[in-house]
Design a protein around this ligand. Structure first.
Ligand SMILES: [Zn+2]
Length: 290
């Protein structure tokens, strides 16, 4: 079991992003998590590990936002909001999704910044029926870290609106940093890069790397018992492409290794369709336009 030193969630140094005449607080939390359901200390620790990893990997001062919404506006169980908040506010809840197996979690973005289409309020729901078994099988850490990526912007509301994806039956993400990292680690692949999942029929709106190309990587849409769900430099390249400052040294070792022949794994949980699009999205404006 991984442990983090502090009881609270880690704080990241926000991107300094200096602008003449404007003084920013030197340290800001990149992600603030609020639990709206009871999680065990061990499960909360897995969340803290994911927050720590993403906070070391990504930084950006998204700005300060006035959040004023009634309860249950975005998801059932959402508390009323009436506050000023900087960067991402992330709710995590546990509730029934579809019983054992099948979908194990999903993420939705409640509010996006209208400055850069990056999420300001997001929600991760973990399926109550799968929570204990995911923890027992050792895949819960990967699932939480995966969902947190959707909550931070690995979703079409953040990348498709920037014109960074294309294709229909052969969808791809075409951000320059992700493509450059893919070329370093998957030079054998001759298709259009970076290949997004093509089994769902969502085209470039399926926010997952293509399983048959990537194999075991954090942002494919399958979890298996022996998956390690490494965070690749390709995924970090994605986040650079959508606007974050990225520390590539936080990446796990990874080479693009497809699931062929004897390497094929039996899926034990699905993350397909685990990004739930809210339409129309709610846009919020930074309090100080920059
Ligand atoms: Zn997913």
């Amino acid at each position: 079991m991984l442990l983090v030193a502090s009881a609270g969630l880690s704080l990241a140094c926000g991107g300094s992003d200096p602008v003449a005449g404007l003084t920013l607080a030197p340290h800001t939390s990149q992600i603030e998590v609020r639990f709206t359901s009871a999680l065990t200390p061990a499960q909360q620790n897995l969340v803290a590990v994911a927050v720590d990893k993403w906070s070391r990997a990504l930084s950006k001062d998204l700005g300060e936002f006035s959040l004023s919404t009634p309860a249950n506006q975005c998801f059932t169980g959402q508390p009323r909001l009436n506050e000023t908040h900087r960067n991402l506010l992330l709710f995590i809840s546990v509730a029934d999704i579809d019983g054992p197996a099948g979908a194990v979690a999903f993420t939705q973005v409640c509010s996006l910044s209208n400055r850069d289409t990056l999420p300001i309020v997001s929600h991760i729901r973990l399926d109550r029926a799968d929570l204990d078994s995911m923890e027992a099988r050792g895949v819960l850490q990967g699932v939480i870290t995966h969902e947190m990526a959707h909550a931070l912007g690995f979703n079409p509301q953040s990348y498709a609106t920037k014109g960074l994806a294309g294709g229909t039956s052969d969808p791809f993400f075409e951000g320059a940093a992700a493509r450059a990292e893919f070329a370093k680690h998957g030079a054998w692949y001759t298709g259009v890069t970076v290949p997004l999942e093509n089994r769902s029929g969502l085209g470039p709106n399926d926010p997952h790397w293509r399983l048959v190309v990537f194999g075991d990587e954090l942002m494919v849409s399958t979890v298996s018992r022996d998956f390690k769900s490494p965070l690749s430099t390709i995924t970090l390249g994605f986040f650079q492409d959508i606007g974050y400052d990225v520390d590539f040294s936080v990446a796990d070792p990874y080479e693009v290794t497809p699931l062929f022949g004897g390497d094929r794994r039996l899926p034990e949980g699905s993350l397909r369709n685990d990004f739930v699009m809210r339409t129309p999205p709610t846009f919020v404006t930074p309090l100080v336009a920059r």
